[in-house]
Design a protein around this ligand. Sequence first.
Ligand SMILES: [Zn+2]
Length: 253
Amino acid sequence: MLPRLKSRDALAPASSLAWPPGLEPARLICHPRARRVILRLDKDGGLVLSHPPGFSRQRLPEIVGQKRAWIERARQALLAVALARGPASLPERLEAPGLGLSWELEQDPQGRAQAREKGARLRVGGEGRAARQALKRWCQRRLGPLLKARLDALAGRWGLPYQGFRAGWQRSRWGSCSRQGRISLSLKLAFLPPELAEYVMAHELCHTRHHHHGQGFWRELEGLHPGARQRPRQLRKAQDLLPAWIDADLQGP
Ligand SMILES: [Zn+2]
C-alpha cells in the first residue's frame, strides 16, 4: 500500500481558526517534509493547505488572506475548465500517457452502451453514465493487460517476480501488494504521466521483497526508480488532474 500522509495538528483544528470569509480550507495537512506553507486547490476548488511540523496554525488565516487574489483566480480557471468540458463528459481523445497510447473517441449517444476499437479510433455508444461505464469496461479489458505487460517487463528487468495480478477501478489506491506477492494496480495508472505509473509499479514490486515502508524498502526502491521519495507528493497532485469521467461514478474503495 502506498503511504498516505494525514497526520493532523490536534491543537488547532481548521474550524477553531478565524478564516477570511470564503477562504476556509477544505483540508489542513501537517506534512512531515513540507518546508513552508503550501496552498493548492483540489479538483472541486476546495483549498488544501499543507504546513511543516511545528508550524503555528494560528498564522495560517493571515497567510491565506494575503493569497486571496491567487485563490480566486485559480478557482475561476478551474470553473472555466469544468464548464468547457462538462463535469463528466467523455473527451474527444482518450489519452493514456501512462501507456504511451491514445485513441480518437467517437460518441454514439443513440447506440448500444459499448466501446469498440477500430484502429486508432474508439467508438463509445450510449449516453452519460452508461457511456462512461462502457468505456471503463473497455479500459479494463484492453488497458488492464497492457499494464500487466509493463509490470512483467519491470519485474523481469529487476528480478522481482510476483504471484498474481489484478487491474481495477479502485477509488483510493494506486496499487497494492499482498503478503503473498499478489499485485493489484489501479487502471487510473494508464492516465498518469509515465514516470508516475512506473513509480507505482516499482513501489508494488518492491513490496514483494519488503512488506513495510522502512529504510530497506525505500533504499531498494530508490535504486529501482531514482527520485522515488518525491513521487508520493506528485501522485497526490496527479489525482486532481485525472479526467473527470473516471471518478464520476466510482463506488467503494
Ligand atoms: Zn507501499
